[in-house]
Design a protein around this ligand. Structure first.
Ligand code: B12
Ligand code: SF4
Length: 473
């Protein structure tokens, strides 16, 4: 039998974060966590691994065709991707907007694989957003031609949410499970050892414990560490303290992706903070769906992270819960440079917004923003628009109401997600709209499409709402 650490030493695997085809994309602390965790695990078990991040903004301009537009980097590491104007797909011809490929050209991705690994056993592609599937299909065509003997696997949030659709693309395998089950599957199939899943998480825990930054006294297994070494010039760190969310808002896929709400062990999260500090990476974004649900957990993490370094500055591109941000939480918000609250609507009793807070909790929060002297420029409140059955005047009232309360609104366009409670309603509404869009086609799930072409939130009306917010500034 092979040594436990070398169970996958016969395997050559190429992990790919593919280019994206879309109208707009901005890197707001986006990293493919699932891929990075898979790389970490596969390396630990001895597999030969390469990683190509097609969206890497540090690629030199010689990697891109003439006419490509250069990326940007803000001080906090976020910024624009490399992009190139391309033809719109047939289904989107009616949209009067430019369409881009973000990141490397598809052929270039395949050429880079050839340079780095002559005969991969697997090429693993992962996609987050359902409406980005075209890029996976395009890449698959090229890879099938260039690597006829290689299995090409699709994974990530898109196939987890929309397996029915993902399996039509022609991949050799579509993987819908999490990273632990992916690696367990590889171990079962290729380690030539009889391993059951339980045993597998034991060896994974052991692998984590061997990491020089890992220092978790608890013996519970949280997850694989992401292989941040695989990201050159890492511009920021990503952290998660929890998985999933105890709420179940009708428009959200959190429960489908992550199952029940779960805390990750503090030791697991802190080991990544130690790593970031060592690499002098101090801008850290949270990926949690429900960061503040377990207050003690969040506070313990913050205290210990700040013991590692007081240079850390935190970002919340995902919203946090208004009702959960009390005085104990506010003590830590001075370390945050981007704070976004999930307001959704001031019509807060309507079930479609998830009943996540009440008026008293909102008032209390607004008082605390003043009381704790938080820099208002870092705070905004997401307002959701373009939901099926949502009234334009209701959103208008919310925007005006928010401005009156002295808080800064930020628009979040609704994206209908298959499998969520509101999806069928969204489908009905869009089939009745002028264009009769069938949102079972993922391209119409794009937040740049659905609200503007399938509901009463036209581009003109949204221009007006945006002017209420931005013309004031
Ligand atoms: C962080 C995040 C963002 C970040 C970064 C996004 C990015 N590009 O990485 C920001 C803030 C930018 C963002 C923006 C938006 N987001 Co977002 N986001 C998320 C969030 C919270 C986490 C995504 C994530 O990376 N998770 C970590 C994953 C990778 O870890 P994991 O649990 O181990 O992964 C699971 C599986 O997918 C699989 N897996 C994943 N990757 C891999 C890889 C391999 C190799 C394997 C084997 C397995 C595997 O394993 C796990 C369990 O099955 C999800 C919700 C969620 N709970 O996941 C929404 C989510 C993806 N976002 C969503 C939406 C709607 C948006 C916005 C449209 C919101 C808006 N209105 O503006 C924008 C659009 C952005 C864009 N197009 O540019 C939707 C997706 C909609 C869709 N149709 O696909 C989600 C699902 C949230 C929801 N509402 O339900 N988002
Ligand atoms: S509270 Fe947020 S993460 Fe949780 S179900 Fe609702 S929208 Fe999703």
């Amino acid at each position: 039998m092979k040594s436990k650490e070398k169970l996958l030493s016969n395997l050559n695997i190429a992990f790919i974060n593919p280019p994206i085809l879309d109208f707009a994309m901005y890197n707001l602390f986006a990293e493919p966590l699932g891929i990075l965790k898979s790389i970490y695990a596969c390396k630990k078990f001895g597999a030969n691994v390469i990683y190509i991040d097609s969206l890497d903004r540090t690629f030199d301009k010689t990697f891109f065709e003439k006419g490509s537009i250069s990326p940007t980097f803000k001080d906090n590491g976020s910024g624009k991707y490399w992009k190139k104007l391309v033809d719109k797909p047939e289904q989107l011809q009616f949209v009067d907007r430019e369409f881009y490929r973000f990141g490397l050209d598809f052929e270039k991705v395949s050429n880079l694989i050839k340079i780095k690994m002559s005969e991969p056993d697997f090429i693993v592609i992962s996609i987050v957003f359902t409406y980005h599937y075209l890029a996976a299909r395009r890449l698959l065509e090229i890879l099938k031609n260039d690597f006829p003997g290689t299995k090409v696997i699709l994974s990530g949030i898109y196939p987890t949410i929309y397996f029915q659709h993902a399996k039509t693309l022609g991949f050799d395998e579509v993987f819908t499970g999490n990273v632990v089950s992916f690696v367990s599957e590889l171990l079962k199939r290729y380690s030539l050892t009889d391993i059951d899943t339980l045993h597998c998480s034991d060896i994974i825990l052991k692998a984590n414990k061997q990491d020089e930054y890992y220092n978790d006294e608890s013996d519970s297994f949280s997850d694989f560490l992401p292989d941040w070494d695989a990201v050159k010039d890492l511009p920021y760190g990503i952290i998660r303290l929890t998985k999933g969310c105890p709420f179940s808002c009708p428009y959200c896929a959190s429960n489908i992706i992550s199952g029940k709400f779960e805390k990750l062990s503090i030791g697991y999260s802190l080991s990544q903070m130690r790593y970031f500090a060592k690499r002098k990476i101090y801008n850290i974004a949270f990926y949690d769906d429900a960061l503040l649900i377990d207050k003690e957990h969040f506070i313990t993490f913050m205290e210990k992270a700040l013991e590692i370094s007081t240079n850390f500055r935190f970002y919340l591109p995902n919203a946090i819960h208004i009702a959960r941000a009390d005085e104990d939480i506010f003590k830590y918000l001075k370390y945050f440079r981007m704070i976004r609250f999930g307001l959704e609507s001031l019509n807060m009793d309507d079930f479609k917004y998830g009943n996540k807070f009440n008026q008293d909790e909102l008032n209390h929060l607004i008082n605390n923003i003043e009381r704790f002297n938080i820099d208002k420029r870092s705070i905004s409140f997401y307002i959701l628009f373009g939901l099926p059955g949502q009234d334009f005047t209701e959103v208008e009232r919310t925007v005006k109401g928010a401005l009156k309360l002295g808080i800064s609104p930020r628009f979040a366009e609704f994206s209908p997600i298959p499998g969520t409670k509101i999806f069928d309603l969204a489908k009905e509404e869009s089939l009745m709209s002028n264009l009769r869009l069938n949102i079972e086609e993922p391209l119409y799930q794009n937040p740049c499409i659905y609200p503007y072409y399938a509901t009463e939130f036209t581009i003109e009306r949204m221009k007006y709402l945006r002017s209420l917010v931005y013309d004031k500034k």
